[in-house]
Design a protein around this ligand. Sequence first.
Ligand SMILES: CC(C)(COP(=O)(O)OP(=O)(O)OC[C@H]1O[C@@H](n2cnc3c(N)ncnc32)[C@H](O)[C@@H]1OP(=O)(O)O)[C@@H](O)C(=O)NCCC(=O)NCCS
Length: 171
Amino acid sequence: MRKQKTVKESYVRMTELVLPNDTNTLHNLMGGRMMHWMDIVSAIAAQKHSNRIVVTASVDNVSFRESIKLGNVITLEAQVTRAFSSSMEVHITVWAEDIPSGTKVKSNEAYFTFVAVDQSGNPIDVPEAVPETDDEKEKFAGALRRRQLRLILGGRMKPDDATELKSLFEQ
Ligand SMILES: CC(C)(COP(=O)(O)OP(=O)(O)OC[C@H]1O[C@@H](n2cnc3c(N)ncnc32)[C@H](O)[C@@H]1OP(=O)(O)O)[C@@H](O)C(=O)NCCC(=O)NCCS
């Protein structure tokens, strides 16, 4: 039987301080730096779930709602939402905190997909991810649709085969 782990076991929290070298000429955090941190925190979550080396397979839409200022403290939280065979979807939430003014806002949310690989770089199966809370169950259920959408966009699935996605429009 395939090994099971709760999604909570993959939870990772990471904190960063926005320093001058992380910013653009307006003293705002650069999007690329943010995505680098998102990639790291979510890769660690996928590693914790699979106990394997993982590679980033895809990054879903990342929007930048508000600029993040020099000196802000960034907190990134990541957790696996669902595991398929060798791939895992990871949800990331990013918070920006201005400590002197005592404000903290959610600045980004995104889904990254990782694939566990063996020493030769070949995909290898990972444990099942078991959701427990209502939020975890909702993200687990939605992961199937998001997977089909990203495989279509990545040219790896024919739209006609995306049964879960199609069912959304056929009710
Ligand atoms: C990701 C990678 C391992 C997939 O290898 P592959 O030989 O195409 O393997 P497969 O077709 O058997 O797919 C393996 C898994 O990857 C998933 N996958 C492949 N491309 C994907 C994509 N664009 N988005 C989401 N998942 C993807 C497949 O759905 C499959 O998942 P499953 O096992 O859970 O069903 C391979 O493409 C790779 O090594 N890419 C480079 C990764 C990397 O270097 N990332 C850093 C970029 S700088």
